[in-house]
Design a protein around this ligand. Structure first.
Ligand code: OXD
Ligand code: MN
Length: 585
């Protein structure tokens, strides 16, 4: 007998959407395999070359449905001011009414799947349970990779009402009626008219960030858009870092970093705990502990290759669902821009048409994805399944800045670190549509993912600081500084480890730093350049701070704080004043 609250949720949704059939996902391989076969029979997925890519499938979404839709993502709190100025808001009653009309009978002729899933190890007291109802097999199969699904989750839930409700309906994938709605006060998510991962795998951005950030505020913990990695030194000690970067700034690459030769030889290793989301709590030892609530990677395919991220590439070689990549029809495998220098001769593009290399079009969509199991990742941390998570030595913020931010700097306190996170920003690149070099403010990389007012979110960070006896140090990095010709100065990728090691040395009190108007900077000599073709002078250039540019930056921050509104804590305005005073000294 199912949990009565879950049963009611399923009954109510079925009465509204009128599916022909309801199927409960048990988590058993037999059931999942039957669904894979069904999806291949209907053309929803294609089975790829089972020798080269065992257990791998290709899926294409509708061309109008290839990315998250921030402008159609709503936070529906009873008071508008609780959602804040940065989120889109709708009155919950009005929103439920609007959605009811869209859902009405939308699953006629379809099956509704009931997916019980756990964010985090099943049964851990830090994990949380969700039930997603969906009319998409693709969603079921992706959720099976990204989360822990099935009967075991229902057993862990028992007769508790404490779970997050999620209702996803493809309806007719009409972009004019596409909405991703969150009701944080009801632990409810509704997603309609999309079948693209970020909008429909409700455990990910919708639950593990938007709803969970709200829960964390109520319950005294944090849900963050952060990767988690461990660095093991030659003595076998592992130190953990959580890092927040805006979407498309290389979180997956950093999380799966391969150490440069000089460190590998000495016995250093890097372990991936997570590449996108961290749930963070204060442990009994007064430190911060982080866990990755996900069970897989929903990574951007283009740009992933042998050099940029061999671990990710290896992870995708089995049990993976590829979405909107190109189909290499010569050997029934997949391809995307940046995978190899040479393009395969015969491809079907992401829209399903024969690819013409002369067209100048991309064969794979720039936001094409792989959904791959964490357990297939060669550098997955042995602590991945630890129900306690891992203790954090450092928190790192970062963005894509051509000039402003130095390679790395350290905040002067927790409060100053919260300020550093709150002023995070990234510049648009030529690769994205729109103007180049436009600054988008993205505090803690959470702009699209905070389920409540951004000012309250900053206050929550400050509040957490008061509860942490041994807080991690907070840093900011920028791998993307450009020279006057527009070339990246810092090599990036595996060499980012050199900066992470300086960060850990600071955490352990093993290295000095220099004071600057924005925080502590490394002595250039302390960033190891052995084996690189750059010199200490280049590091000096990377650490240079242009006070004029920073004063302009301070104006931008002031405007952004004003846009967030009244709830920006006074402590952060005080930090801004100190920054300006330091710059004018
Ligand atoms: C993601 C994102 O898909 O941040 O992880 O957009
Ligand atoms: Mn992300």
């Amino acid at each position: 007998m199912a949990n009565k609250y879950v049963q009611k949720f399923v009954d109510d949704a079925a009465a509204l959407c009128s599916p022909d059939k309801i199927v409960w996902i048990t988590g058993e391989e037999e059931q999942l395999e039957a669904l894979r076969r069904e999806a291949c029979a209907t053309g929803e997925m294609e089975l790829l070359n089972q020798e080269k890519l065992p257990g791998c499938y290709l899926h294409r979404t509708a061309p109008n449905d290839v990315a998250r839709v921030e402008h159609r993502t709503l936070i529906c709190t009873s008071k508008k001011e609780d959602a804040g100025n940065i989120n889109n808001w709708m009155d919950p009653k009005e929103c439920y009414k609007m959605l009811g009309e869209i859902y009405k009978d939308s699953m006629k002729g379809r099956t509704m799947y009931v997916i019980p899933y756990s964010m985090g190890v099943i049964g851990s007291k830090f994990s949380k349970i969700g039930i997603e109802l969906t009319d998409s097999i693709y969603v079921v199969l992706n959720m099976d990779i990204m989360t822990r699904v099935g009967n075991k989750v229902l057993e862990a839930l028992g007769d508790s009402p404490d779970y997050v409700k999620g209702l996803h309906g493809k309806v007719n994938v009409d972009e004019e009626k596409r909405y991703i709605c969150h009701f944080p006060e009801d632990n409810t998510i509704c997603s309609v008219n999309s079948a693209y991962g970020g909008n429909v795998l409700l455990g990910k951005k919708c639950f593990a960030l938007r709803i969970a950030s709200y829960q964390g505020k109520q319950e005294g913990w944090m849900a963050e858009h952060m990767l988690i990695l461990g660095i093991e030194n030659p003595e076998g000690e592992v130190k953990y870092i959580a890092a927040a970067f805006p979407s498309a700034c290389g979180k997956t690459n950093l999380a799966m970093l391969i150490p440069p030769e000089i460190y590998k030889k000495k016995g250093y290793k890097v372990w991936c705990v997570g590449d996108d989301i961290a749930w963070i709590r204060v442990g009994e030892d007064g430190r911060l502990w982080a866990m990755n609530p996900e069970n897989g990677f929903f990574g951007v395919a283009p740009g992933t290759n042998e050099k940029s991220n061999p671990n990710a590439l290896y992870t995708t070689l089995k049990d993976t669902i590829f979405t909107n990549v190109a189909h290499n029809t010569d050997d029934n495998t997949v391809w995307w821009e940046g995978l190899t220098k040479e393009k395969p001769a015969n491809m079907i593009d992401w829209k399903g048409n024969p690819y013409n290399a002369e067209s100048g079009e991309k064969a794979a969509h720039p936001n094409s994805r792989f959904t791959a199991r964490a357990k297939n990742c060669p550098c997955l941390s042995p602590e991945f399944e630890n129900p306690q998570g891992v203790p954090l030595s450092a928190i790192v913020f970062g963005g894509r800045r051509a000039k402003t931010a130095p390679l790395v700097y350290e905040s002067t306190s927790w409060q100053n670190g919260v300020f550093v996170g709150s002023i995070m920003a990234s510049e648009t690149t030529a690769a994205a549509s729109g103007a180049v070099g436009v600054v988008r403010r993205d505090p803690m990389a959470m702009r699209p993912f905070t389920g409540y007012d951004m000012g309250d979110y900053f206050a929550h960070w400050l509040e957490m600081g008061k509860k942490i006896k041994n807080p991690p140090k907070i840093f900011n990095v920028n791998w993307f500084r450009l020279d006057d010709e527009g070339h990246f100065i810092w090599p990036g990728f595996g060499d980012n480890m050199r900066v992470l090691l300086w960060i850990l040395a600071r955490c352990e009190g093993k290295v000095d730093a220099v004071e600057s108007p924005i925080g502590f900077l490394p002595n250039a000599e302390d960033i190891n350049v052995e084996g690189l073709d750059i010199t200490v002078d280049t590091i000096k250039e990377l650490l240079d701070i242009d006070k004029e540019v920073w004063l302009e930056e301070a104006e931008g921050i002031k405007d952004f704080y004003a846009q967030i509104g009244e709830r920006v804590p006074a402590e952060l305005y005080a930090e801004l004043d100190t920054l300006i005073a330091n710059l004018k000294k």
